[in-house]
Design a protein around this ligand. Structure first.
Ligand code: ZN
Length: 135
């Protein structure tokens, strides 16, 4: 069973993360709460807090998938991340329901959280990420 608690973040893929961070900070009237080079995903990630959720700006630092995304589609919404309780159980439940997964086991994402991606074919062409916060 998948127990979703909330939308953890909506991720926007950008070319110049420093310039985009300034743009979004001014636009939303917030300051970034987190800025990390996520080595495991070769991605720079900046979080802009919005109440219970966040906007995540991501930019490739050697990540081929994100480079291709920018080449093909340009900047834009890349994925929606759902906070779940018990990410391993959620993945097992989805797998046994025949849902196509990119990650069958969680990996470590920004903030040390456990993360896993579902295949966009599973959700109307939208890339969904499951997140379980690191305690
Ligand atoms: Zn994300």
């Amino acid at each position: 069973m998948v127990r979703v608690k909330k939308i953890d973040h909506i991720a926007i893929c950008v070319k110049d993360i420093e310039a985009s961070t300034k743009t979004f900070e001014a636009l939303l009237g917030v300051s970034k709460s987190h800025d990390e080079l996520v080595a495991s995903q070769k991605t720079q990630a900046v979080l802009l807090p919005l109440g219970e959720t966040s906007i995540e700006l991501i930019s490739p630092k050697g990540n081929d998938g994100l480079e291709k995304f920018l080449e093909k589609r340009g900047q834009g919404i890349h994925h929606i991340a759902l906070e779940v309780e018990g990410i391993e159980d959620a993945l097992a439940a989805l797998k046994s329901a025949g849902v196509r997964l990119i990650d069958e086991t969680p990996r470590t994402g920004a903030r040390g959280h456990k993360v896993a991606f579902l295949h966009p074919q599973a959700a109307g062409g939208v890339l969904l990420e499951l997140v379980e916060p690191h305690e």
